[in-house]
Structures are given as C-alpha cells and as structure tokens.
Write a protein that binds this ligand. Structure first.
Ligand SMILES: *[C@@H]1O[C@H](CO)[C@@H](O)[C@H](O)[C@H]1NC(C)=O
Ligand SMILES: *[C@@H]1O[C@H](CO)[C@@H](O)[C@H](O)[C@H]1NC(C)=O
Ligand SMILES: *[C@@H]1O[C@H](CO)[C@@H](O)[C@H](O)[C@H]1NC(C)=O
Ligand SMILES: *[C@@H]1O[C@H](CO)[C@@H](O)[C@H](O)[C@H]1NC(C)=O
Ligand SMILES: *[C@@H]1O[C@H](CO)[C@@H](O)[C@H](O)[C@H]1NC(C)=O
Ligand SMILES: *[C@@H]1O[C@H](CO)[C@@H](O)[C@H](O)[C@H]1NC(C)=O
Ligand SMILES: *[C@@H]1O[C@H](CO)[C@@H](O)[C@H](O)[C@H]1NC(C)=O
Ligand SMILES: *[C@@H]1O[C@H](CO)[C@@H](O)[C@H](O)[C@H]1NC(C)=O
Ligand SMILES: *[C@@H]1O[C@H](CO)[C@@H](O)[C@H](O)[C@H]1NC(C)=O
Length: 504
C-alpha cells in the first residue's frame, strides 16, 4: 500500500511537465476536407457548410487555390498540405520549396488564415523511399516562411500514421519503429527548435479492427467501461478509458524514448466510418460513427488531455467533412464523412454542451431576433452597430444577396442580431441590443436566407447560385446594410432617407 501511494505520489510530482498545448490555449476540433467526391461542392458551398456548422479549423490535402480564396476573410483557420507527389521536388530544392510557399501560402495570407503546413502524408508508411527527404523538405519550407516573416504564425510538420509507434500498449513502453530513427531524431529536433508539433493520425477504428477482439468496442468508442475493464499501464499506473488517449500517450512516450519531452501533439486525422462491407467491416455503422465522433469532439473540446498530460490540449481534425464516394479500397473508405456532398448530414452528432461546433444537435438551439414591438429607429441603430463595431458579417444583407429580401429593418436587424449572438457563442447578454432583441427557439431562416446557427437540410444545403458574388452597387460604407425604405412608420422612412442621402 505504501509503495502504491509512493508511486501515485511520484506520479503527481512528475506530471506537471513541460509540454504545453500546440499553439497554446484550448484544444480545437477541425475537419479534413478530402475531395475524392464525384459531385464535389463548389468552394463557396464548402465554406457555407463550414460556417453553418461552426467549423473554425480545416485541413486541406493540398493547397487548392479556389478553396483558399473562398476561405479568405472567414476567420476559419486552415492547414494546407504538400501532397506526397510534390515532396521529392521540395525536399531536393530550396528554390522549389520557396516557390511552393510563395504560391500557396504567401499569396493567400493574411486574408486566408493559414496556420500550418502539413508536408506530405504518412510518408514513412506510404512512401518510405521519400523518407530521407522529409526533414530537408520541412527545413526548406520553414526557411521560406522565415524569409517572409511568417514562421511564428505558420507551423510546419508532417503527419504520421500511428503505426510507426511500436509496442503501443502499455503506452509507457512505446517507441517509434527504430528503422526510422535516422529520420525521427532530426525531425523531432526540427519540431522542437521551430516550436512546432507532432502531427499524428489516430484511428482507434483500425486498432480495434486489427486487435481480433482484444480491444473492446466500448474502449475504442470512448464508452464508459467497468473499472475492472479499464486498461492500466503497469509502469505508470495510469488508467486508460479509451484507445485514443492510449495512442496519444504512446506517441508522447515514443518521443521521450528519443529524449524529446516537450513537443505537443496535434491529431491530424481521426474518425470512424458510418458504413462498410457487411461481413468484413460490421462495426462501420452510423451508430458507432456517431458515438465515436460525438465522444471524440466532447473529449477534445473539454481540454481533458490524456492521462500522461492531463489538461494539455490535443487538438484534433476529424476525418472527414464529406463522404468520398470515389475512394477505392474497402467499402468503408467511402463512408468516413460527416456530410454527403449535397451538404446533408450523414448523422446528427450528440454534442449537447460542446459549444457552437456542429451545434445543431444541442437540444436547445436558440436564435436572437427583434422584439415584435421594437422601435424601428432603435433597430436601425442596433443594426448599424452590429454590422459595424459589432463586426458581424452583414454581406448576406446586401442587394442581390440571400438575406436582402424582405428589405426592411426588422428583417435585416433580425439577421444581424442573430449573427452577433451566434458569433458570441450565445453568451448571456449578447442578445439584448438595448432591449430591442430577444431569444427564440424558432429558426428565423427563410428561403435561401440561412441564419447563422441554423442547421439541417435547410441550413447546410446551400444554393450555390444564390451565393454568387454580388452585383451590388452599394458604396460599401456603414449604411450599406440599410434597407431601402418602403411603407414603414414615418420615423423609419425619415431615417432611411437621411441615410440614403449619406450613401448616395
Ligand atoms: C489566425 O489564426 C490564429 C490562430 O488561431 C489567430 O491567433 C489569429 O488571430 C488569426 N488571425 C486572423 C487574422 O484571424
Ligand atoms: C533556402 O532559402 C531561404 C530563403 O527562402 C534562405 O534563407 C536559406 O538560407 C536557403 N537555405 C539553403 C540551404 O539554401
Ligand atoms: C519498421 O519499419 C520497417 C521499414 O518500413 C518495416 O520493414 C518493419 O516491418 C517495421 N517494423 C515493425 C515491427 O512494424
Ligand atoms: C537519451 O538520454 C539518455 C540519458 O542522457 C541517454 O543515455 C540516451 O542515449 C539518450 N537517447 C537518445 C536516443 O539520444
Ligand atoms: C471534462 O473534464 C473534466 C475535468 O477537467 C472531467 O472531470 C470530465 O470527465 C471531462 N468530461 C469529458 C466528457 O471528457
Ligand atoms: C435546455 O433548456 C432547458 C430549458 O430552458 C434548460 O433547463 C436546459 O438546461 C437546457 N439544456 C442545455 C444543454 O442547455
Ligand atoms: C438538425 O436538427 C433537425 C431537427 O431539429 C434535424 O432534422 C436535422 O437533420 C439536424 N441537422 C443536422 C445537421 O444534424
Ligand atoms: C437555386 O436557386 C435558383 C435561383 O433562385 C433556383 O432556380 C433553383 O431551383 C435553386 N436550386 C435549389 C437546389 O434550391
Ligand atoms: C451584374 O450586372 C450587370 C449589369 O447590370 C449584368 O449584366 C450582369 O448580368 C449582372 N451579373 C450578375 C451575376 O447578376
């Protein structure tokens, strides 16, 4: 007993370590956007879906110019990738790397908030011949960022398959396949010296599938286990309640096996397929996919960390946004998506209390609208505030845009109030506007005008034509969101006239 206590105590002494969250602060959830989709949505439609679902972080598998343009000025953080077939050129030539960075990164920042570059994908396991070039590719890309003074805001790394970690249970005994030490050691040195993070793809689905029944399904799905079924690492006495944490901790231990103890981890891919071959992939089901992804999202956003590093953020990109119907291989390959190409959800995640991301399934969806008897003058003032100092994106209210009609102050103010409220994560006091606004559970979206925070078929399936660039002749100053008058009370008309005078 005394020994146990001592061990536990040592644990507490050892725990507060030097690893801090990648980029500092809270963990976030992102989404991978694969494009092997026969009816791939347009960049505008993709961005509309991301916005409707409150997705703030995405990873692209390339650096698609039109998507990067569509992501400009959205606030969405973007990880771009160097595809594997470009790794050779970049790893062999500083000039090629600089050109890649110039075209795919420098050309887009700061409008598009590129925050990391994933160089290649699972190179050690899928393209081992290119492995010796990884570190030079990372170094060349990094030096191009340094030259552009972007190295502080954009991190460079390379995503690994977790299969390079051997003996991953118990996590404390894990190490990287030593064949790759000549690559891993300089790679970790690079990550450490540039303040970057280890990018890791974590697939409890495959670990479970390949374990021949050793790993219980509940353990893979983050479902509660009876205490006697929890996995305990005999060396550290840490309790593991799910595969995801065990794999992430195995990666921390594998790094410390090479004497690197302060490199954070970002999980670049994790997910669960919603459909598979009925005989060989029986656990690829909608229920399991929903359970895994819902639990994963809550686990990550809760900043739970892992048993080895509690509270240390492990930000994670879900694999993936869309079902990729063109992918080959096992049936499940086509069914990892959260959405169909038309923007309809494959399933509704259970995320009550997890914040605004995929917020549809919070059972208490709320919106902010104008009070029915509100004074029009005050509404106009509040509308101008929301679209100005309040920094709401009011462009959907411009002439020719989806929320222009009905062109009156009540309708425009409702849109802007709600957009502000959703932007402020519905925090208390953000739906007041000097008393002219109130909260409702009824979705005020109408026709093609989809309100922020609105979901479902209506919310995610965006009519691309209606989101086409505006032909508006608006002058772009403060009152461009102003409705053009009409049959309202005289005071409204007066304000409208006054403002129109200023605009014209
Ligand atoms: C870009 O993303 C970073 C990291 O989340 C954030 O700190 C920064 O404020 C963002 N920049 C802009 C212009 O939104
Ligand atoms: C690569 O190019 C960068 C500028 O883009 C330069 O600062 C750096 O010294 C070059 N490195 C090598 C090894 O040539
Ligand atoms: C380690 O990596 C090498 C090279 O890819 C591979 O041949 C070997 O099978 C791996 N070892 C294990 C145990 O997976
Ligand atoms: C890690 O550090 C220990 C102690 O300093 C040393 O014995 C060991 O060789 C180092 N391992 C590696 C891979 O550098
Ligand atoms: C959230 O974190 C707290 C501790 O910070 C923990 O007690 C709780 O179980 C976590 N919830 C989930 C869903 O992970
Ligand atoms: C949902 O709304 C009800 C009634 O307003 C409230 O009691 C409950 O706590 C809310 N649930 C969540 C998860 O916000
Ligand atoms: C949102 O919830 C509604 C029911 O409230 C449901 O019909 C719809 O499918 C859900 N949408 C998403 C994206 O989950
Ligand atoms: C998209 O909008 C156009 C023009 O309003 C309309 O004709 C078309 O039917 C809409 N398509 C869908 C799928 O809603
Ligand atoms: C934009 O306006 C011009 C001139 O009024 C018109 O010819 C053109 O068709 C409009 N384009 C769109 C996309 O509405």
């Amino acid at each position: 007993m005394a020994l146990l206590l001592l061990l536990l105590l040592m644990h507490f002494l050892v725990l507060p370590l030097s690893v801090s969250a990648a980029g500092g602060g809270d963990a976030y959830i992102g989404v991978n956007i694969g494009t092997d989709v026969s009816e791939m949505p347009s960049p505008k439609e993709i961005v509309a879906l991301l916005k409707a679902q409150g997705i703030q972080h995405v990873r692209l598998y390339d650096a698609d110019q039109s998507l990067l343009l569509a992501l400009a000025n959205t606030g969405i953080r973007v990880a771009v990738s160097v595809p594997n077939d470009q790794l050779l050129g970049i790893g062999q030539s500083n000039a090629t790397a600089a050109k890649w960075v110039s075209r795919n990164v420098i050309a887009h920042v700061p409008a598009t908030n590129i925050t990391s570059i994933a160089v290649g994908s699972e190179i050690l396991t899928t393209l081992p011949n290119a492995a010796p070039l990884i570190v030079s590719a990372l170094t060349f890309i990094h030096s191009a960022l340094v030259a552009a003074n972007l190295d502080q805001q954009i991190k460079v790394s390379t995503p690994h398959s977790s299969s390079i970690i051997l003996d991953s249970f118990p996590p404390s005994q894990a190490f990287f396949n030593r064949t790759w030490n000549p690559v891993m050691v300089p790679l970790l040195k690079f990550l450490q010296s540039t303040g970057s993070y280890l990018m890791l793809n974590v697939y409890p689905y495959y670990d479970y599938q390949q374990s021949n029944g050793v790993i219980p399904l509940d353990y893979a799905l983050f479902r509660p286990l009876p205490p006697n079924k929890e996995a305990v690492d005999p060396n550290t006495l840490l309790h593991y309640t799910n595969v995801f944490d065990a794999v992430v901790d195995a990666a921390y231990f594998a790094m410390s096996d090479l004497n690197f103890t302060n490199i954070p981890i970002v999980v670049t891919e994790s997910g669960w397929p919603s459909k598979g071959d009925s005989s060989s992939e029986p656990d690829a089901t909608v229920d399991n996919a929903n359970t895994y992804n819902s639990n994963l999202i809550r686990h990550v956003l809760n900043n739970t960390g892992t048993p080895k590093h509690p509270g240390i953020a492990v930000s994670t990109y879900i694999y993936e946004l869309y079902n990729e119907d063109l992918r080959t291989g096992p049936t499940s390959e086509k069914y990892w998506g959260l959405f169909y190409a038309n923007g309809e959800p494959v399933y509704t995640l259970h995320l009550t209390g997890a914040g605004t991301i995929f917020a549809n399934d919070t059972t208490n969806q709320t919106f902010c609208v104008t009070k029915s008897n509100a004074d029009a003058k005050m509404l106009q003032a509040a509308l101008d505030w929301a679209c100005g100092p309040g920094k709401v994106d009011c462009s959907p209210l411009l002439q020719g845009q989806p929320c222009y009609e009905p062109d009156n102050v009540v309708s425009h103010a409702t849109y802007a109030f709600n957009a502000y409220y959703q932007k402020m994560a519905k925090s208390p006091g953000t739906c007041d506007f000097k008393g002219v606004a109130s909260i409702t559970t009824t979705d005020p979206s109408h026709g093609s005008c989809i309100f922020p925070g609105s979901f479902g078929k209506k919310g995610s399936k965006i009519n691309g034509t209606l989101l086409a660039p505006s032909n508006s002749t608006s002058s772009g100053c403060l009152s461009q969101y102003h409705y053009n008058g009409g049959s309202f009370t005289s005071s409204v008309i007066l304000v409208a006239l006054l403002l129109n005078v200023f605009v014209m």
